[in-house]
Design a protein. Sequence first.
Length: 273
Amino acid sequence: MMDKQSDTLGIIREPIFVMGCSNSGTTILWNALKSHPAICGPPVEGQELDGMPLPMIHFMGKHTFRMWAHYLHEQPPKKGDGDDVPGSRLPYYFTEKNWSIEHQQRIEKTYQPYLKPNARLCDKSPAHTLRARFIQRCFPDATFIGVVRNGYAVAEGIVRKRKFDPERPQFRGLYTEINDAAWQWRKANEVLLSYHNYLNRFTIVRYEDLVLNPKKTLHNLLDFCRLDKDTFQIPILNNQKNREQISQLKNDEMKTITRIAEPMLRQIGYDVI
């Protein structure tokens, strides 16, 4: 595929990309998949690797950390995308129309050091949620896995981890209102669900299914990804996080999340509190 223009172009086959709203469990799933012997990839999110082009990075700075789908960051829709496309007003939203050969060359060159023989690249970033159509243009045989999680727990986690995330201390001090976190969850999942109309190989997994029944959930995902599951080691996962995080919310915070997120909570199948 276009190998005359680059020695690296076209060497990545059937990659797997994990995405979903921040704090939805994408890291948990990614770590589980990376333990598979037929999976390879970078030790950090691909968007953090030096060399990635603008459509693949968090180029607006730390104020959008965990808030990349927030409604206050909406911009006029890109020409030709249309107002009816979820996410088309968001500055991180990229589609096949943003693709260029130069972008793809840089992406494949950046991923190349992390490829292994007879293994498929697996990358994860919550913000892949807004660039999945662009990624599919680069890799038409890609598989996408979206993770959804209870909006109450996610909103609590966004507020808490923007204030201080021990894994990313450089972003500390980003004080956030619960209504902003609720909008982030709602908008991110609106975009995620829209991909049933755009992505060729796409499935959604519920965080709750992953932590409550990891064997069944991961085996189903491995089947979907066409990966062997016989020798796959099932991780032990904490299934109490939702209860713990929701219990930290105050009554007025619960009401605010419900007011904003109720339509999406019902659409995905979560109880409205």
